[in-house]
Design a binder for this molecule. Structure first.
Ligand code: GRF
Length: 209
Protein backbone atom coordinates (compact mmCIF):
# COMPACT_ATOMS: atom_id res chain seq x y z
CA UNK A 1 0.00 0.00 0.00
CA UNK A 2 1.21 3.53 -0.71
CA UNK A 3 2.29 5.50 2.36
CA UNK A 4 2.41 9.26 2.93
CA UNK A 5 4.81 10.35 5.65
CA UNK A 6 4.32 13.22 8.05
CA UNK A 7 6.69 15.08 10.36
CA UNK A 8 5.12 17.02 13.23
CA UNK A 9 7.04 19.98 14.67
CA UNK A 10 6.13 21.40 18.08
CA UNK A 11 7.58 23.57 20.86
CA UNK A 12 5.52 23.00 23.99
CA UNK A 13 2.49 21.15 25.31
CA UNK A 14 1.98 19.02 22.20
CA UNK A 15 -1.74 18.27 22.56
CA UNK A 16 -2.38 18.82 18.84
CA UNK A 17 0.59 16.62 18.00
CA UNK A 18 -0.84 13.85 20.21
CA UNK A 19 -4.29 14.22 18.65
CA UNK A 20 -2.86 14.07 15.11
CA UNK A 21 -0.93 10.90 15.93
CA UNK A 22 -3.97 9.26 17.55
CA UNK A 23 -6.25 10.22 14.65
CA UNK A 24 -3.99 9.69 11.64
CA UNK A 25 -0.98 7.48 12.37
CA UNK A 26 -1.15 4.11 10.59
CA UNK A 27 -4.70 4.89 9.41
CA UNK A 28 -5.79 4.31 5.83
CA UNK A 29 -7.53 6.96 3.71
CA UNK A 30 -8.41 7.17 0.03
CA UNK A 31 -7.10 9.45 -2.68
CA UNK A 32 -9.26 10.83 -5.51
CA UNK A 33 -8.79 7.57 -7.49
CA UNK A 34 -10.12 5.56 -4.50
CA UNK A 35 -6.64 4.19 -3.96
CA UNK A 36 -5.80 3.32 -0.33
CA UNK A 37 -3.09 5.47 1.23
CA UNK A 38 -1.65 4.80 4.68
CA UNK A 39 -0.52 7.78 6.76
CA UNK A 40 2.53 7.49 8.92
CA UNK A 41 3.79 10.03 11.45
CA UNK A 42 7.39 9.13 10.76
CA UNK A 43 9.02 11.59 13.13
CA UNK A 44 8.39 14.50 15.47
CA UNK A 45 10.78 17.38 16.03
CA UNK A 46 10.93 19.79 18.96
CA UNK A 47 13.06 22.94 19.36
CA UNK A 48 12.56 23.14 23.14
CA UNK A 49 14.34 20.44 25.20
CA UNK A 50 11.98 20.96 28.18
CA UNK A 51 8.71 20.73 26.21
CA UNK A 52 6.03 18.46 27.71
CA UNK A 53 5.18 17.22 24.22
CA UNK A 54 8.44 15.24 24.09
CA UNK A 55 6.97 12.92 26.75
CA UNK A 56 3.73 12.61 24.78
CA UNK A 57 5.65 11.57 21.64
CA UNK A 58 7.64 9.02 23.64
CA UNK A 59 4.47 7.57 25.17
CA UNK A 60 2.97 7.24 21.69
CA UNK A 61 6.07 5.45 20.41
CA UNK A 62 6.97 8.09 17.82
CA UNK A 63 10.62 9.20 17.71
CA UNK A 64 11.30 12.83 18.59
CA UNK A 65 14.34 14.75 17.38
CA UNK A 66 15.31 17.60 19.69
CA UNK A 67 17.15 20.51 18.06
CA UNK A 68 17.36 23.68 20.13
CA UNK A 69 17.22 26.84 17.99
CA UNK A 70 19.47 28.41 20.64
CA UNK A 71 22.39 26.36 19.36
CA UNK A 72 22.34 28.22 16.02
CA UNK A 73 23.46 31.72 15.12
CA UNK A 74 20.78 32.33 12.45
CA UNK A 75 17.27 31.17 11.48
CA UNK A 76 18.70 29.78 8.29
CA UNK A 77 21.33 27.67 10.08
CA UNK A 78 18.62 26.28 12.39
CA UNK A 79 16.37 25.49 9.42
CA UNK A 80 19.21 23.77 7.60
CA UNK A 81 19.87 21.60 10.66
CA UNK A 82 16.19 20.63 10.78
CA UNK A 83 16.18 19.80 7.05
CA UNK A 84 19.24 17.61 7.53
CA UNK A 85 17.62 15.78 10.46
CA UNK A 86 14.32 15.21 8.60
CA UNK A 87 15.82 14.39 5.21
CA UNK A 88 16.26 10.65 5.73
CA UNK A 89 12.57 10.19 6.69
CA UNK A 90 11.14 10.84 3.18
CA UNK A 91 8.66 13.37 4.50
CA UNK A 92 5.69 14.32 2.28
CA UNK A 93 4.28 17.00 4.59
CA UNK A 94 5.53 18.92 7.64
CA UNK A 95 2.82 19.74 10.14
CA UNK A 96 3.44 22.54 12.64
CA UNK A 97 1.56 22.04 15.92
CA UNK A 98 2.42 24.86 18.30
CA UNK A 99 5.87 25.28 16.75
CA UNK A 100 6.95 28.72 17.92
CA UNK A 101 9.66 29.57 15.37
CA UNK A 102 9.28 31.45 12.09
CA UNK A 103 10.55 29.28 9.26
CA UNK A 104 12.68 30.64 6.41
CA UNK A 105 12.02 29.89 2.72
CA UNK A 106 15.01 27.50 2.99
CA UNK A 107 12.73 25.20 4.99
CA UNK A 108 9.33 25.85 3.40
CA UNK A 109 10.68 25.45 -0.12
CA UNK A 110 12.19 22.12 0.89
CA UNK A 111 9.16 20.61 2.66
CA UNK A 112 5.50 21.52 2.03
CA UNK A 113 4.50 22.79 5.48
CA UNK A 114 1.17 23.61 7.14
CA UNK A 115 0.29 25.35 10.42
CA UNK A 116 -2.70 25.67 12.71
CA UNK A 117 -3.57 29.07 14.15
CA UNK A 118 -6.28 29.67 16.79
CA UNK A 119 -8.10 32.58 15.14
CA UNK A 120 -10.07 33.39 12.03
CA UNK A 121 -7.10 34.58 9.97
CA UNK A 122 -6.28 37.18 8.83
CA UNK A 123 -7.65 38.45 12.17
CA UNK A 124 -5.42 38.17 15.22
CA UNK A 125 -2.10 36.92 13.88
CA UNK A 126 0.67 36.27 16.40
CA UNK A 127 1.24 34.32 19.60
CA UNK A 128 -1.79 35.48 21.64
CA UNK A 129 -4.62 34.93 19.20
CA UNK A 130 -7.14 33.40 21.63
CA UNK A 131 -6.76 36.15 24.24
CA UNK A 132 -6.72 38.80 21.50
CA UNK A 133 -10.02 37.49 20.07
CA UNK A 134 -11.56 37.32 23.56
CA UNK A 135 -10.40 40.80 24.56
CA UNK A 136 -11.64 42.30 21.29
CA UNK A 137 -15.16 40.96 22.13
CA UNK A 138 -15.41 39.56 18.60
CA UNK A 139 -18.71 37.69 18.08
CA UNK A 140 -16.79 34.73 16.66
CA UNK A 141 -13.38 33.21 17.12
CA UNK A 142 -12.11 30.24 15.20
CA UNK A 143 -9.34 28.07 13.93
CA UNK A 144 -7.43 28.38 10.65
CA UNK A 145 -5.09 25.95 8.93
CA UNK A 146 -2.81 27.42 6.29
CA UNK A 147 0.23 26.73 4.16
CA UNK A 148 3.36 28.20 5.69
CA UNK A 149 5.41 30.83 3.92
CA UNK A 150 7.89 33.40 5.19
CA UNK A 151 5.13 35.73 6.41
CA UNK A 152 3.97 35.01 10.00
CA UNK A 153 0.53 33.29 9.89
CA UNK A 154 0.31 34.51 6.30
CA UNK A 155 0.22 31.61 3.79
CA UNK A 156 -2.80 30.47 1.76
CA UNK A 157 -5.71 29.10 3.79
CA UNK A 158 -6.53 25.39 3.60
CA UNK A 159 -9.57 25.51 5.87
CA UNK A 160 -11.12 27.64 8.58
CA UNK A 161 -13.97 27.12 11.03
CA UNK A 162 -15.61 29.51 13.47
CA UNK A 163 -16.89 29.19 17.01
CA UNK A 164 -19.15 31.68 18.81
CA UNK A 165 -17.72 33.82 21.60
CA UNK A 166 -20.71 34.02 23.90
CA UNK A 167 -21.37 36.58 26.62
CA UNK A 168 -21.11 33.91 29.33
CA UNK A 169 -17.71 32.70 28.05
CA UNK A 170 -14.65 33.27 30.19
CA UNK A 171 -11.21 33.22 28.59
CA UNK A 172 -10.91 29.68 29.96
CA UNK A 173 -14.16 28.34 28.46
CA UNK A 174 -13.42 30.09 25.17
CA UNK A 175 -9.93 28.56 25.05
CA UNK A 176 -11.47 25.16 25.70
CA UNK A 177 -13.86 25.60 22.74
CA UNK A 178 -11.00 26.68 20.46
CA UNK A 179 -8.84 23.69 21.40
CA UNK A 180 -11.76 21.27 20.92
CA UNK A 181 -12.26 22.74 17.44
CA UNK A 182 -8.52 22.42 16.71
CA UNK A 183 -8.62 18.70 17.53
CA UNK A 184 -11.49 18.21 15.04
CA UNK A 185 -10.19 20.43 12.28
CA UNK A 186 -6.46 19.75 12.09
CA UNK A 187 -6.63 16.06 11.10
CA UNK A 188 -9.17 16.98 8.39
CA UNK A 189 -6.91 19.77 7.13
CA UNK A 190 -3.94 17.39 6.93
CA UNK A 191 -6.02 15.12 4.67
CA UNK A 192 -7.03 18.13 2.57
CA UNK A 193 -3.38 19.21 2.22
CA UNK A 194 -2.56 15.71 0.96
CA UNK A 195 -5.60 15.62 -1.38
CA UNK A 196 -7.13 12.69 0.51
CA UNK A 197 -10.80 12.01 1.12
CA UNK A 198 -12.00 13.64 4.37
CA UNK A 199 -15.38 11.88 4.62
CA UNK A 200 -14.34 9.43 7.34
CA UNK A 201 -13.27 12.27 9.67
CA UNK A 202 -16.20 14.58 9.10
CA UNK A 203 -18.89 15.03 11.76
CA UNK A 204 -21.78 12.61 11.43
CA UNK A 205 -25.18 14.38 11.02
CA UNK A 206 -26.03 13.24 14.58
CA UNK A 207 -22.98 15.02 16.02
CA UNK A 208 -24.10 18.23 14.33
CA UNK A 209 -27.48 18.31 16.07
C1 GRF B 1 -2.53 25.72 19.61
O1 GRF B 1 -3.54 26.57 20.10
C2 GRF B 1 -2.19 26.08 18.18
O2 GRF B 1 -3.27 26.58 17.46
C3 GRF B 1 -1.15 27.16 18.36
O3 GRF B 1 -0.39 26.74 19.46
C4 GRF B 1 -1.20 25.95 20.33
C5 GRF B 1 -0.45 24.67 20.58
O4 GRF B 1 -1.04 23.88 21.59
N1 GRF B 1 -0.38 27.32 17.14
P1 GRF B 1 -0.53 22.38 21.80
O5 GRF B 1 0.98 22.46 22.01
O6 GRF B 1 -0.88 21.61 20.58
O7 GRF B 1 -1.24 21.87 23.03
Amino acid sequence: MLTRKLAILFSGNGSNMQNLIETLHQKVFQDSNKQNIKLEVAITLCNNPSAYGIKRAQNLGIPCIIISHKDFSSRCAFDEAMIKALESHSIDLCVLAGFMRILTPTFTQHFPTINIHPSLLPAHKGAHAIADTFNAHDPYGGVSVHWVNEELDGGALITQRSVALESEDTLETFEHKIHALEYKLYPIAVLQALNLDITSLQDSPQENQ
